[in-house]
Design a protein around this ligand. Sequence first.
Ligand SMILES: *Cc1c(COP(=O)(O)O)cnc(C)c1O
Length: 375
Amino acid sequence: MRASSENENRDQGPWVEIDLAALIANYETLKRAAPGATMSAVVKCDAYGLGAADISRALYDKGACREFFVTYPSEGVALRAALGEKRRDATIYVFNGPEETDIAAFGEAKLTPVLNSIEQASLWAKASPNASSILHFDTGINRLGAPLEDAGPLAAMKELAPTHVMSHLACGSDPSDPKNAAQRDEFLEVAKLFPGARLSLSASAGALMDASYHFDLIRPGIALYGGSPFEKDDARIAPVASFKAPILQLRELAPGETVGYGATFCATRKTRIAVAAVGYGDGAPITGSGRAQSAVNGVVVPLAGRISMDLICLDVTGLPAAPAAGDAVELFGAGIRLFDAAEAFGVHSYELLTGLGARVDRRYVWGPGEAGSGE
Ligand SMILES: *Cc1c(COP(=O)(O)O)cnc(C)c1O
């Protein structure tokens, strides 16, 4: 990660402003949408690129979140350290479950595995008899999870004491897809074999679907971070991340002059170009060239030419007042919804967030514009 905001030698480069108050607001929105369920937080992949440590501490302290999901044991170990002694009652689940070589880490960091096969379940039952775990069944996504045929043997397995049974929807992004109800009904069938276990089917999408999808524990990710889990935007979700970069230079082009690699933009009139310090190396996908937009001083303007590794160019000719070097451009955030930016860049919201590069300084604020530290 690049020099943090406390560092006086900070580069004039891109940053992402992460509004922890908006994160908590989204968490509360999901809780209200699914009042009967416990709301956890999926903080895998460094909380979708926004920083699992600060995100999780905020959710614990201000949202009363006590259950967290990561993908790898190493992510769980790092999260346990970030939560620290004063938040030691947090439960950290590991989606990918244990390998034999991970068992010690699970014990030391008090991690709870998601068990995705008979093999993983046997390993866990032998290594940690009757310790908590989640049993994950595949009800039709055909990704991770034990097949339904294994439910009988798993229910009979000695010293396996799953606290939860979970599954995952393939088509939550489209609530009208009949596959959702089919998966839910399969899930209810398999759950009958585990009468003492709590049930967890839904991620962000399911939390915002009807109550028949809520069950006991919901595992939201994207909606916490300001993204819609659906195929269209969802106004209930508040923007959390604002991806910004400073303008480095301005230049005036005569008609016929071009911008960037491949000269894909050609000025048809006197054109003012702003060059900003962010590129595909920072997570502005090159597929946004000629399509994506940015907000400059509150006004949305088009990108000009091909996005390069470290730089983008914007056509700011139409701005009522010329911007200055040092002014911020926003690729998404309060001015441009994450959903719309992702569409224009030709990727999903999930990918736009997780693609934020290592050079992008993560700056945490409580409320728009209010600087503050995460801890
Ligand atoms: C990533 C993931 C989630 C969170 O999904 P969102 O769509 O981001 O809410 C929940 N459950 C599982 C199994 C996942 O892999």
